[in-house]
Design a binder for this molecule. Structure first.
Ligand SMILES: NC(=O)C1=CN([C@@H]2O[C@H](COP(=O)(O)OP(=O)(O)OC[C@H]3O[C@@H](n4cnc5c(N)ncnc54)[C@H](O)[C@@H]3O)[C@@H](O)[C@H]2O)C=CC1
Ligand SMILES: O=C(O)C1=N[C@H](C(=O)O)C[C@H](O)C1
Length: 269
């Protein structure tokens, strides 16, 4: 147990935080050495095992990320953009691998994360599951094979607590489709249609977001042309798929040179 990489989970009380804690504890491949929550969270100061309704684990949740990161070989972070930017700098300072699952990151956040990746290993993906990362590759290949007579639409569905749209996964799929087409997504992206929008522009990549109930995450990539349609689909039914991918990334990153990586690197796709 002593030689296993030590992992800190940020956003410990969240949907993904709790799933990640369980995944690390059950893996036998890493040990939980810390848990971080925002100041004011009822979890701060409590043993995380007890906070999750079980036996004490001897890991006390803290609101001091640097103190926690100093003990860790990896930080797994599914929180919010402002927090993730702060954690990227602190994880680099502690020379810990930073695995980022947080979505909704804007250009200003991404620039700060890129700066931190000069000093430490950062693995970031809007979706850490094997299935979605395979779908990314398939989407790129299909888009490459088809011309702009085929309209590309990405339709995603998530639970009613999700705060960002389009989802990080939808944007990954959009980037892959644009890459297959040999265009920049920023030039062809069409999200949030409402009202008299005018007819669809040839070559655009459209995004639609559904929010409801407890949907874990569903993504369709639709290729529609006169007379036929292709739909590539991924359905997540258990958040464990994201947590397993994140732990794999944390372990993979242990012997890598500082830099920015994604799940395609981790999975060798
Ligand atoms: N890349 C992937 O595979 C996946 C990414 N996500 C993304 O992960 C993020 C979190 O998702 P959920 O767990 O569903 O959200 P959540 O709202 O249940 O959990 C987020 C947690 O982060 C905590 N937090 C926020 N600011 C903090 C700070 N400054 N310090 C410490 N903790 C802080 C919150 O208190 C909360 O407990 C979202 O951006 C979501 O889109 C979710 C699932 C899979
Ligand atoms: O917020 C979520 O729940 C999810 N977020 C990620 C995204 O934005 O794509 C991954 C997954 O779909 C679940």
């Amino acid at each position: 147990m002593g030689d296993l990489p030590g992992i800190v989970i940020t956003g410990a009380s969240g949907r993904m935080g709790q799933m990640l804690i369980r995944t690390v504890l059950e893996s036998g491949k890493a040990k939980l050495v810390g848990a971080v929550e925002r100041a004011g969270s009822p979890w701060v100061g409590r043993d995380v095992g007890e906070a999750m309704g079980g036996a004490a684990l001897g890991v006390i949740c803290t609101d001091d990320p640097l103190e926690a990161f100093a003990k860790a070989q990896a930080v797994i972070d599914f929180t919010a953009p402002a927090a993730t930017v702060e954690f990227a700098a602190l994880a680099a300072q502690a020379r810990a691998v930073h695995v980022i699952g947080t979505t909704g990151l804007e250009a200003e956040h991404l620039a700060k994360i890129a700066a931190a990746a000069h000093h430490a290993v950062i693995v970031r993906a809007g979706n850490m599951s094997l299935g979605v990362n395979l779908l990314v590759k398939l989407t790129q290949k299909v888009a490459q094979a088809l011309d702009a007579d085929w309209d590309i639409e990405i339709i995603e569905a998530h639970h009613n607590r999700k705060v960002d749209a389009p989802s990080g996964t939808a944007l990954m799929l959009g980037e892959a489709a644009a890459e297959g087409r040999g265009v920049a997504l920023a030039d062809v992206r069409d999200s949030g249609r409402d009202g008299i929008t005018g007819a669809r522009q040839r070559g655009d990549i459209g995004f639609s977001a559904i929010r409801g109930g407890d949907i874990v995450g569903e993504h369709d990539v639709l290729f529609a042309s006169p007379g036929e349609r292709i739909v590539l689909r991924h359905v997540a039914t258990d958040r464990a798929i994201f947590a397993r991918g994140a732990l794999k990334a944390a372990l993979w990153g242990q012997d890598k040179a500082p830099g920015a990586y994604d799940m395609l690197d981790v999975l060798g796709l």
